[in-house]
Ligand binder design. Structure first.
Ligand SMILES: Nc1ncnc2c1ncn2[C@@H]1O[C@H](COP(=O)(O)OS(=O)(=O)O)[C@@H](OP(=O)(O)O)[C@H]1O
Ligand SMILES: Nc1ncnc2c1ncn2[C@@H]1O[C@H](COP(=O)(O)OP(=O)(O)O)[C@@H](O)[C@H]1O
Length: 200
């Protein structure tokens, strides 16, 4: 797969641990996954705000935003979605190395792709958060009018309509956004991070 040859890893003197010590919290990826309109962006924005108030150093990667730049050569075929998630996994890994709590909001519909990201980092560095809402609810919300277009046949291969979404089998957290408020969800995630000693 890799086209890079004759390359040799060069270590830094400053380690991930040293960077984490400066920040006084552990670094991790909070991987939000779910249907379009389930609430990934909304929740990750609100959670980042809360984490910032608590003094954590964060960065948020969002599907729509990253597809404007780094991944603007990728579409929505299964292969392109896999490549999208692979790149985000690698970027998130760099951010973990930099000592950040990274929040990612990508549909990431395939379990294998999410598992590949999980396997890129240490066991406790990947926290999969299933943002769960029924297709009916997401379609009712339709914040960008995309379900309407997909139903009208104007968008092909739309997740949940004519492209698959594989539900997480073993997520660290499931947030049911048609039952839980945004504030409750943020509190649930912050409590998890405190109990597991990611945050001091
Ligand atoms: N065909 C199709 N299927 C799903 N989504 C589509 C599609 N075309 C465009 N969009 C818009 O792109 C956003 C999803 O991008 P992601 O990078 O998160 O997708 S993926 O993880 O690679 O599957 C998604 O954003 P969210 O609604 O925030 O999930 C949509 O706004
Ligand atoms: N409990 C909730 N959590 C998150 N979003 C919610 C909730 N209840 C209603 N919403 C609404 O659902 C929509 C979710 O859209 P968005 O965050 O863009 O989803 P996604 O990023 O998964 O596509 C927003 O309009 C948001 O205000």
């Amino acid at each position: 797969m890799s086209k890079s040859t004759n390359i040799v890893w060069h270590d830094s003197v400053v380690t991930k641990q040293a960077r984490q010590d400066l920040k006084d919290h552990k670094s991790a990826i909070l991987w939000f996954t779910g249907l379009s309109g389930s609430g990934k962006s909304t929740l990750s924005v609100e959670l980042e705000k809360k984490l910032c108030e608590l003094g954590a150093h964060t960065y948020r990667l969002d599907g729509d935003n990253v597809r404007h730049g780094l991944n603007n050569n990728l579409g929505f075929s299964p292969e392109d979605r896999t490549e999208n998630i692979r790149r985000i996994g690698e970027v998130s890994k760099l951010m973990i190395d930099a000592g950040l709590i990274t929040l990612t909001a990508f549909i990431s519909p395939y379990q294998d792709d999410r598992n590949n990201v999980r396997n890129l980092v240490e066991q406790d560095e990947f926290i999969e958060i299933y943002v769960k809402a029924s297709l009916e609810e997401c379609e009712k919300r339709d914040p960008k009018g995309l379900y309407k277009k997909a139903r009208a046949g104007e968008i092909k291969g739309f997740t949940g309509i004519d492209a698959p979404y594989e539900e997480p089998r073993n997520p660290e957290l499931t947030i049911e956004t048609d039952k839980q408020t945004i504030e409750d969800a943020v509190e649930t995630i912050v409590t998890y991070l405190q109990e597991k000693n990611y945050l001091k």
